[in-house]
Design a protein around this ligand. Structure first.
Ligand code: GYE
Length: 371
């Protein structure tokens, strides 16, 4: 789906605002010149700064928090893209995992009359009212990462992010194939699912993918518990699960930070992390894969599978803004392509919905591709 004529009003609105700002700065300059009796060098510099600021595109970014390595990389991507040198002024508000904070941030951006609002929403629902307010103020809203579930799709301009359910389908196709190749019966897979922030698209898609595979293959899904995408909660959840269930052999974590926490808990409980589940290992599966620190766990088989989730949305959002500035219409939904990484070559590729995805085995060389 694509946005229609909607963007035209704000283009003219932005141009009008710039003309206004220019006229005002000219008036100021003229009166200052008259008062000073001459046009000094200092005044010239002031005029230049003012005009540079007038030319800058002001972007208000409501980031949902700082819960994970993925999130930090995402914030960094926005900061390094929307720089003054690139012609932007970036205002960032940290929602600290609270939707109420994000709503306040959007209202603040509306008051500040920014040119664009970029929203990384903590959860999907509850955005209709504030997005209507942004629309009434004629400020286009670009959604990144997780999605919003709103009645009227015209409340936001477009979205860019990952296909979380596809990530999960690749992960479960890999597990299915891995078990088959190793001679492990489907009923021998005793899985616990440490979920992300409940109601976030990344949680919804990754949980759904797992549940569908459980239904299709007859895996034993012992428990599903929230881990809020953090290492601390991942550890806490795993500690409790280990106390409750003796036969866990797969931990399906919905991000890497949870996986790191789960590994700590497993090792502290005296159990071995790895993919040799027929001999007592507990296999850890995860999503994100944003840095070397996590990816090196694949080398040691401490994490056996990572579904990549790409956080570098800054340049993608910039492309969207450039399209809008040029009066063009961006795609309503843009999905990012992502890979899968494993500890060994047991499964060379996975097939999901008729598409074949190659599986990358983590090596020391491949690890160098990560920071
Ligand atoms: O996987 C997780 C983060 O929404 C894709 O949020 C994002 C998820 C990511 O906290 O690490």
């Amino acid at each position: 789906m694509e946005i229609g004529e909607g963007h035209i009003w704000f283009k003219s609105r932005r141009s009008a605002r710039r003309i206004c700002a220019w006229v005002m700065s000219m008036c100021l300059l003229l009166s200052a010149t008259l008062l000073a009796g001459c046009g000094t060098k200092e005044l010239g510099t002031q005029e230049e700064t003012q005009s540079q600021e007038t030319q800058q595109i002001v972007v208000g970014f409501s980031q949902l928090g700082a819960e994970s390595d993925w999130r930090s990389a995402n914030t960094e991507s926005m900061k390094s893209t929307f720089t003054a040198a690139n012609g932007y002024k970036l205002l960032i508000e940290d929602g600290q995992q609270q939707q109420a904070n994000q709503i306040m941030a959007i209202r603040k951006f509306i008051q500040q009359d920014v040119d664009y609002i970029v929203l990384a929403p903590v959860t999907e629902t509850g955005w209709d009212t504030v997005l209507q307010e942004a629309k009434d103020a004629q400020i286009p809203v670009i959604i990144v990462d997780r999605q919003v579930a709103v009645e009227d799709p015209e409340l936001f301009c477009c979205w860019v992010g990952s296909d979380f359910e596809l990530e999960a389908k690749k992960a479960t196709a890999w597990l299915h194939q891995f078990a088959y190749t190793k001679g492990i019966d489907e009923s021998q897979l005793h899985i616990v699912n440490i979920q992300g922030t409940i109601g976030a698209s990344a949680q919804i898609g990754r949980t759904k993918g797992l549940q569908d595979a459980v239904a299709a293959y007859g895996w034993d899904l012992l428990a599903q518990v929230p881990g809020e995408f953090t290492q601390a909660k991942g550890k806490e959840a795993m500690e409790a699960l280990l106390e409750q269930y003796e036969n866990i052999n797969v931990v399906y974590c919905e991000n890497d930070n949870e996986a790191l926490g789960a590994i700590e808990a497993i090792e502290e409980a005296g159990r071995h992390v790895g993919s040799d589940i027929l001999h007592g290992d507990i296999m850890v599966m995860s999503f994100d894969g944003v840095n070397q620190n996590v990816m090196q766990y694949l080398l040691k088989d401490k994490i056996s599978f990572v579904g990549e989730c790409n956080p570098h949305h800054g340049p993608r959002v910039q492309n969207i803004i450039q399209l809008l500035e040029a009066g063009k219409t961006p795609e309503k939904y843009s999905y990012v392509e992502e890979r899968v990484y494993t500890h060994d070559a047991t499964v060379p590729s996975v097939e999901v919905d008729g598409v074949n995805y190659s599986v990358t085995v983590m090596t020391k060389e491949t690890l160098q591709e990560f920071k």
